[in-house]
Design a protein around this ligand. Structure first.
Ligand SMILES: [Zn+2]
Length: 278
C-alpha cells in the first residue's frame, strides 16, 4: 500500500492506494507554512486514512525545485522557510518506510501523461499556469532525466522585459502570464477580467513560451493546466493560432490540450511514480 500526497504551495492533498491502480478520495487541507506542523498534519491525516495498515512507501510532490538526491528543497517561492530542511528524512522517520519526493508540477505532468490529457503520447510537455508557472518534460510515462528539474516559467521571452514576480529578473514567461503577474498588470483578480483583448494578448505571450518549449523539448503534445486556463482565462485555440503563426521551423506544431485531472493530477502522478519505481 502506498501513501500519496501533493504538498502544494497553498493546498495539500493526501490519499492512499491499496492496489497500485487507483486511490481513494483525497483529504485536502490548506498547506501549513510551518514545516513541523505541516509534516505532523500529513502524518495525522495519513493515520486517519490508513489506520494500522502497513505502508510500503510514501510518494509525494513538493512545491519547488529539489536537490539532486530529491531529499530537500533548494528553492521555493511558497515554502521559503523549508529550503534546505531534510523533508525526506523527516518523513521517513515519521512513517518508518521509504519516501520518494518529486517537484509538485513534475508529478502533475506525469499524472497527465499517464492518466490524463497526455495519455497515448510519447513525449509530453506539461505546463501549469497558475499563481506561478511550472512544468516538466515527460518521456514514455516517466519524468525526463535532468540536472535540476524543469522551470519553464523562468525562460526569458523578452530580455529587456518586465520583472519576474519570483526571481525579479527581467522578461521571464512567469512575469507575463502567471496569475500574480496578470493581477499586478490589470489591477484585478484574473477571474474578474472579462476583456477578450487581455486574454488574446495573454494567449500570444503564452504561445511565445510554447514556441521555446517546442524547439527545445520537441514534444508530441503540450498539456496546459492551472487556474489561468479556466473558463475565464487563456483559451487553448487562441494559443494554438498564435503558436502556428510564430513557429515555422518544424512542419507541425505539437498538439495542444487542456489538462484533465484538475486538482488531483499530482496524486495520479505520485501513483504512476510508485508503479514505475517500486
Ligand atoms: Zn523568474
Amino acid at each position: 500500500m502506498y501513501l500519496l500526497f501533493d504538498n502544494g504551495g497553498t493546498k495539500t492533498r493526501v490519499t492512499y492506494s491499496k492496489n497500485g491502480e487507483s486511490f481513494i478520495d483525497p483529504v485536502i487541507f490548506p498547506t501549513e507554512k510551518n514545516f513541523d506542523t505541516q509534516l505532523k498534519t500529513i502524518k495525522k491525516v495519513a493515520d486517519e486514512l490508513c489506520g494500522d495498515k502497513k505502508l510500503e512507501a510514501v510518494v509525494g510532490g513538493i512545491a519547488g525545485p529539489l536537490n539532486k538526491e530529491k531529499s530537500c528543497l533548494v528553492n521555493s517561492p511558497n515554502l521559503h522557510s523549508w529550503i534546505g530542511l531534510p523533508i525526506k528524512e523527516e518523513l521517513e522517520h515519521l512513517f518508518d518506510c521509504p519516501v520518494f519526493l518529486e517537484n509538485d508540477s513534475a508529478l502533475v505532468g506525469l499524472g497527465e501523461a499517464v492518466s490524463g490529457a497526455g495519455k497515448g503520447y510519447d513525449i509530453v510537455a506539461y505546463l501549469t499556469i497558475s499563481t506561478g508557472v511550472g512544468g516538466a518534460r515527460i518521456v514514455n510515462q516517466r519524468i525526463d532525466a535532468s540536472a535540476h528539474g524543469f522551470e519553464p516559467g523562468h525562460q526569458i521571452i523578452d530580455f529587456q522585459g518586465v520583472e519576474c514576480s519570483h526571481c525579479k529578473d527581467k522578461g521571464h514567461l512567469e512575469g507575463y502570464i502567471s496569475g500574480s503577474a496578470v493581477e499586478e498588470r490589470y489591477g484585478k483578480k484574473p477571474y474578474d477580467i472579462h476583456d477578450d483583448e487581455v486574454w488574446e494578448k495573454e494567449a500570444e505571450l503564452l504561445a511565445i513560451g510554447l514556441n521555446n518549449i517546442t524547439v527545445l523539448w520537441s514534444p508530441d503534445v503540450i498539456v496546459l493546466g492551472g487556474s489561468m486556463m479556466k473558463e475565464v482565462g487563456i483559451a487553448v485555440p487562441h494559443v494554438e493560432k498564435h503558436l502556428k503563426k510564430i513557429m515555422k521551423i518544424f512542419p507541425n506544431t505539437p498538439v495542444l490540450k487542456k489538462a484533465k485531472l484538475n486538482d488531483i493530477g499530482g496524486l495520479y502522478g505520485a501513483l504512476a511514480y510508485a508503479n514505475n519505481n517500486l
